[in-house]
Design a protein around this ligand. Structure first.
Ligand code: AMP
Ligand code: MG
Length: 346
């Protein structure tokens, strides 16, 4: 992602949103409601925008959203050498003045505190070391992991107003766990500014919604089976708000029968276990995105308590209750979802 290692392709979920948003409606009416949908590859992710608008307005609105995603990627990617994050990470800049970066880092610092460090944007050196998407990924040597672990230090990143500064040599920030959510929020704000009342942005399975689906009624968001991309394990009904999923199936490599994925436990320096997929529902996409990554890192019961304690936040935690060789998936739901969501893991 924007090292922003953004999730690449989540065709199942994207397809489902579209199907349910547009397809089911057509069962009820012969004349489809005005709606426009477009897809673009940005932040290493297929981003789909659906807006309740005619083709002309819809196309223009979608292009604006894609341009905003691009702008945020150019600013926050840890892989694009001209980005602010890259230049701060490389030491070329000691500080930067930028309202978007300051905002996202501020949220990142808050979630880091709230989650007891399960979410930590200063995992940059570890993410780079693991480089799970490299053509020849390898488990790093333990002493390299120990060294990168020393650079995890959220206290060394300061944000004052719009100014961001780094206070530790070698520290690297990675906003892959939050920037996509921020881009979704910004995209929706932009659409609202254009007078659009009903819209959905799906960035690789992280989704932000305003209003109802075109034609009326809730949007239905499918949660993908973590081990079968063709299968949906449950459907969330949404009007407004956001959903984000962090999964060990999104970016990973296999080595000697082990799965090494992109969500790193900042305490150990290794990919987090035993969570397999965490879906969070929250009022905004930036929060949902960061919280899903945070809860993923925690042990499942702790993750559930963490989400349960947050107002207007719900979640589904799917984890491996078996062994690494013989997986047995189980799940936990926050109380607000227990009557609303049926999970089928078969
Ligand atoms: P997500 O898919 O939203 O869970 O984000 C995962 C991405 O966030 C990874 O690809 C990394 O870029 C970054 N990341 C990995 N581990 C962490 C962590 N513990 N805290 C914050 N960001 C992380
Ligand atoms: Mg996230």
């Amino acid at each position: 992602m924007v090292s922003l290692h953004l999730k690449r392709v989540v065709p199942g979920l994207t397809a489902l949103v579209l199907l349910l948003a547009l397809g089911l409606f057509r069962l009820k009416s012969n004349r489809p409601p005005e709606s426009y949908s477009a897809v673009n590859l940005v932040m290493d992710t297929y981003v789909r925008v659906i807006v309740a608008a005619d083709n002309r307005r819809g196309a223009a609105a979608c292009q604006k959203v894609f341009a905003e995603f691009k702008r945020i990627e150019q600013l926050m990617s840890s892989q694009i050498p001209t980005s602010l994050v890259y230049r701060l990470n490389s030491g070329a800049l000691r500080q930067a003045d930028d309202p978007d970066l300051a905002h996202v880092l501020k949220t990142g610092i808050e979630v880091a505190k709230l989650s007891g460090g399960a979410f930590d944007p200063t995992v940059g050196a570890l993410v780079k070391l693991w480089d799970v998407e490299s053509p020849e990924p390898r488990v790093p040597p333990v002493d390299s992991i120990a060294m990168a672990l020393k650079l995890v230090d959220i206290g060394a990143v300061k944000v004052e107003s719009t100014r961001v500064s780094f206070h530790k040599r070698g520290i690297a920030v990675d906003l892959g766990g939050i920037a996509k959510g921020y881009a979704i929020n910004r995209g929706l704000q932009l659409l609202e500014g254009l007078g659009i009342k009903n819209a959905l942005i799906d960035a690789g399975g992280d989704i932000g919604i305003i209003g109802e689906r075109p034609g009326g009624g809730d949007w239905r968001v499918g949660i993908q089976h973590p081990r079968n991309p063709e299968k949906i394990i449950g459907i969330l009904k949404m009007s407004g708000g956001a959903v984000a999923t962090s999964g060990d199936y999104q970016r990973y490599f296999m080595s000697r029968g082990h799965r090494y994925h992109h969500i790193i436990n900042p305490k150990t320096g290794w990919p987090a276990t035993p969570a397999v997929s965490v879906t969070v529902v929250a009022p905004g996409a930036e929060t949902a995105d960061a919280l899903a990554t945070a809860a993923f890192v925690m042990n499942p019961k702790q993750g559930l308590d963490f989400l349960e304690d947050l107002p207007r936040v719900e979640g589904v935690i799917i984890y491996n209750a078996g062994t690494e060789q013989r997986e047995k998936l189980d799940y936990l739901l926050t109380s607000g979802l227990r009557d609303k969501l049926r999970i089928d893991l078969d």
